[in-house]
Each structure stands twice: as C-alpha cells, then as structure tokens.
Design a protein around this ligand. Structure first.
Ligand code: A3P
Ligand code: MG
Ligand code: MG
Length: 375
C-alpha cells in the first residue's frame, strides 16, 4: 500500500532530523480497480437565505423547468441592475455544516458517543481532490483537524487564488454571473410556478444536501450545494431527483469538442458523482452570452462519452487518489485536538506536503461547536 507514498528523509541545516512525508499525485500511481464507493444517502439538508442566514430546512429548494427547444436565454440580462453577489472576503469554512451537525446531533449520534464519521467536509473540497491527478494550473491547501476521532477538512485560499480573485478582470466577473443567471431561467421557486427571469440573482441563496457515504474504509459526511430537483413529487428520493445546471461555450470545432470532454466533463463528473446527483443539464452559450442549446448529460454515461479521447481522464484514477489521500490523512493527522491544524498543500507537478500548526489563524473549529460536541 505504501509504495505509492514516498517517505523522504531530510535534514535542517543544523542536522536536526526532519521527517517530511509526502503523497504522489501522479495519475499512473492510481490506475487500479475502481474502489468501493457506496451509493450516497441524503441524511438532511439546509438552506442559506438571501442574507446568508442558515436554516435547517429546504426552503431554498428550486424546481427544474424543462426549457423550450430554442431557448434564447440572454445570460447578460440583469448583471448591472439585478445582481446581489455573495461577499467572497467572508470565509465561512465548515461553519454551515457544523451548524447542521449541531442541529441534528440527536439523530446523528448517541449521547456521549463520538460522531460515527471518519471525515466531515464540503463536496467541493472532495471535487478538488478527485481532479488533482489531472490538474495542471491550480494548487490547493486543505486544513485538517482531528477532533473526537473525526477528521474535519476545510479549504484555505492559496495566495495565487487570492491574487486571482482580487485581480479578476471585469469580463470574468460578468461571466461568473452567467452561470447563476442560467439557473434563474431554468428554475422555479415552487413545483407549480414558472421561472422568473425578471427577478434578482442573489448568490447568497443556496440549498445544500448533506449526504453520507463510504469510500473503501472511509466513512464520509459531506454537504454540497444543489441547483434544483425535478418537479414530479413521485420522482425517486434525493439525491436521485437532483439536477446540476451548468453553462459552457458553444462547441463548434473538433478541438473544442475534445477540450470539453477532457477538461469540462472531468469537473462536471467529479462534482455530481460524489453526492450521487444523476444528471447535469448544460446550456451552451454563444459569444454574446445567449444560450443556443440545452443538453442533458447522465453522469453514469460520461465515462463512455470520453473513452474515444486520446490520453483522457479516468474516474478510477480520481477515486483512487482521493481514497489514498484520505488514508494518508488518517495516518498523518494523529494528534486529536481542535486547536491543531495539519495544513496540506499541493502545487501542480508536485507531491502533497504538509505542516503542523498549533493555535494558529488556520484553526477553524469554532468554540460553539467544540462546546456542543464535548459533553
Ligand atoms: P457555470 O458552472 O454554469 O458556469 P455550480 O455550477 O457549481 O452550481 O456553480 C454555479 C455558477 O457559479 C457557475 O456556473 C459559475 O458561474 C459560478 N462558479 C462556480 N464556481 C466557480 C469558480 N470556481 N470560478 C468561477 N465561477 C464559478
Ligand atoms: Mg450550484
Ligand atoms: Mg450548477
């Protein structure tokens, strides 16, 4: 098992032994049988309203409305006048998930017993892990704390990501809006109503599913934002009734088709496969931000779709890397304390490394959570 992990011995200038343990992210190391991944089960949900307030219910659920044959959605509409953007300077870390755990403590665990999960995190952090063996541009940092035996994983913004966010060009900011505007064209607020393209797009609002599942011997509890569900009340239970919405540039050339398969479908697959969301509905837009076609992708068929691409990504590599990374965390994150953070860092073309921090600004488990979970 450990032959994928290079255990390196180093030395500081004064020859004090320093053991730095690393994990390879090379895709060749992860090409083996697909690991066991249990069907994710929804154990709850929560909502964040237009002011980013938490509610332990599904009030922000939206309903998928099948679009016209020729949609003609103008994604630029409302960008200046009807857009309220979430404040990205506010780092929420795992707070909403922790609030959900506290609100559902009695159904999650028996009194004076620890939580029965090895890992608690956001789906988005796991998506980044799944795509790591194929990522060539953006690194990541994940803060990990062991508390009552459970490993909590919370992302830390890298310096490069922060610079990019603060220097984002205007055209890029507008394109980020387009994805949310597409959701507004496609979703209704209740099962019987129609979408309201004249309303305000407010990116504080979110409906999040909380799922439990198992990756080999790793018991996971994670939450992810869900765009909408099908309207039919008799549809299969969550997460099977959920629909992920995406936008992408219109595909006009074989090169664009190949890039779409190799890069975009990897991200789309990883994001939806994790919580068991069965389909993505994609709006393809032209240069002017007009959606010219809408297409459904079944997550279970994506690996077939990409098989003809030369040197393409493989789901098994993604899942095996994630699995080995979680095993690596269990081995290395040994000290059980809410005050300690093991900070795992990765840059493309490098191995994963980590450093340990006590009572540092990286600490992320709030006092109210520690208090609630310590009887
Ligand atoms: P698109 O992905 O359709 O462009 P999600 O698809 O995960 O529900 O996210 C909704 C929208 O948020 C995205 O729509 C995109 O506009 C924006 N968004 C999400 N993650 C982003 C990221 N890492 N960078 C830029 N925009 C992002
Ligand atoms: Mg979303
Ligand atoms: Mg979406």
């Amino acid at each position: 098992h450990t032959n994928h992990h290079r255990h390196q011995m180093g030395a500081t200038p004064d020859q004090t032994p320093l053991r730095s343990k690393t994990l390879s992210t090379k895709k060749e190391h992860y090409e083996r049988d697909f690991p066991l991944y249990k069907q994710p089960v929804e154990v709850g949900c929560f909502s964040l309203d237009s002011q980013r307030r938490f509610f332990n219910d599904n009030r922000q659920m939206r309903y998928y409305v099948e679009p016209d044959r020729n949609p003609n959605f103008d994604l630029r509409d409302g960008y200046r006048e009807r857009y309220v953007k979430r404040d990205e300077n506010v780092k929420e870390k795992l707070d909403h998930i922790l609030r959900w755990i506290v609100a559902n403590k009695s159904k999650l665990k028996k009194t004076s017993c620890p939580l029965d999960f090895d890992f608690v995190t956001w789906r988005g952090h796991l998506t980044k892990l799944l795509t790591t063996p194929y990522e060539t541009k953006e690194g990541w940092m994940l803060a990990v704390t062991r508390f009552n035996g459970t490993l909590y994983i919370s992302e830390v913004e890298t310096e490069a990501a922060r610079r990019e966010r603060l220097n984002r060009p205007e055209w890029n900011k507008e394109m980020m809006y387009w994805g949310y505007k597409f959701e507004q064209y496609m979703c209704a607020d209740n099962p019987k109503s129609a979408p309201d393209p004249g309303g305000v797009v407010n990116t504080n609002e979110a409906f999040c599913t909380v799922v439990q599942t198992r990756l080999t011997d790793h018991k996971l509890l994670f939450s992810g934002e869900v765009d909408c569900r099908v309207r039919d009340p008799d549809a299969p239970a969550a997460p099977a009734c959920y629909v992920e919405l995406k936008t992408s540039a219109e595909i006009c050339t074989p090169k664009q088709q190949s890039n779409f398969h190799r890069f975009k479908l990897l991200k789309w697959w990883a994001q939806s496969f994790l919580p068991g969301v069965p389909r993505v509905v994609a709006g393809f837009r032209d240069q002017d931000g007009i959606v010219v076609s809408v297409e459904t992708f079944q997550i279970s068929k994506i690996s077939q779709l990409i098989k003809n691409e030369y040197n393409c990504w493989k789901p098994t590599v993604c899942m095996n890397f994630c699995c080995d990374f979680l095993s690596f965390l269990k081995r290395e994150v040994t000290e059980d304390s809410p005050r300690i953070v093991y900070l795992f860092s990765w840059e493309p073309h490098k191995d994963v490394t980590y450093s340990v921090h006590r009572d540092s600004p990286f600490s992320f488990l709030p006092d109210w959570y520690i208090k609630e979970m310590t009887e």
